[in-house]
Write a protein that binds this ligand. Structure first.
Ligand code: APR
Length: 232
């Protein structure tokens, strides 16, 4: 089976009702990124930051995977599909994708501020919220399990390895503005075909990209058609 590596961003979940970051009206228009998505912002006003992610989590609880997420699951019948996502939602998992690597953390989990390896799942019991005073088993305040700007991206190494192993590379719904995720394409061997699904033009520094200028749902359906014709 050919191995398809898929890199997804916020646009993957847009049709599930989750805001992107940099489109007009996106999250970074409404909330100053340095206040809610940096360690300095958390040190300055932890409640503001906890509330920001508590709201994001509530939104996720009422969201469902869209046809794009489902289309990627369908592709597993014909290909080995491994997903690298910049998204903190769990919609790939909810759809049933069997291999999902989260580069920027996971909204449904919390992490000790003292010990990055102490990670706990948020549940209905805590109303899916992290509040000031909520502590991990080490006695330290819990924070969102999110990679903020200025923090290391621990999953980048496995993501690089996956990118280097691709037979086919697919990019969906990311503006490719944020590194190191945006640099993963540099590790994809030159002979590997790259497909990019996005309704807007995205600057990707690579020749011969197959652009599919559509939203995730329609775009993944078209990708499936093209791949089946070409490889099966
Ligand atoms: N289907 C597919 N793509 C879409 C759709 C859709 N329905 N709607 C919008 N898009 C595209 C936009 O055209 C844009 O190219 O999704 C992309 C979203 O880009 P960003 O908002 O910049 O999101 P992303 O690239 O995932 O951001 C990367 O930045 O803020 C941080 O940590 C955060 O993981 C995030 C990272």
């Amino acid at each position: 089976m050919k191995k398809i590596i898929v890199l997804t961003g916020a646009g993957m979940s847009a049709e599930s009702g989750i805001s992107t970051f940099r489109d007009s009206g996106g999250l970074w228009d409404k909330y100053p990124v340095e206040q809610v998505a940096t360690p300095e912002g958390f040190a300055r006003d932890p409640k503001l930051v906890l509330d920001f992610y508590n709201i994001r989590r509530k939104e996720l609880l009422s969201a469902k995977p869209n046809a794009g997420h489902e289309g990627l699951v369908e592709l597993e019948k014909y290909f080995e599909v491994k997903i690298i996502t910049q998204n903190i939602d769990n919609l790939h998992e909810q759809a049933g994708s069997s291999s999902v690597l989260h580069l920027h953390g996971e909204l449904m989990k919390a992490q000790s501020v003292k010990n990055p390896d102490l990670i706990v799942e948020l549940t209905e019991k805590d109303n899916y919220e992290i509040r000031l005073g909520d502590k991990g088993s080490d006695g330290a305040q819990l924070r969102p399990f999110i990679v903020w700007f200025g923090e290391a991206v621990p999953m980048i190494e496995p993501a690089i390895e996956l990118s280097a192993q691709a037979d086919i590379y697919v990019i969906i719904g990311t503006s490719l503005n944020v590194y190191p995720a945006a640099g993963l394409l540099n590790y994809v061997p030159k002979s590997v075909p790259v497909y990019l699904i996005d309704p807007q033009e995205v600057a990707a520094y690579r020749d011969n990209i197959h652009f599919i200028r559509k939203g995730a749902s329609e775009g993944v359906a078209e990708l499936g058609e093209q791949l089946k014709k070409q490889y099966l």
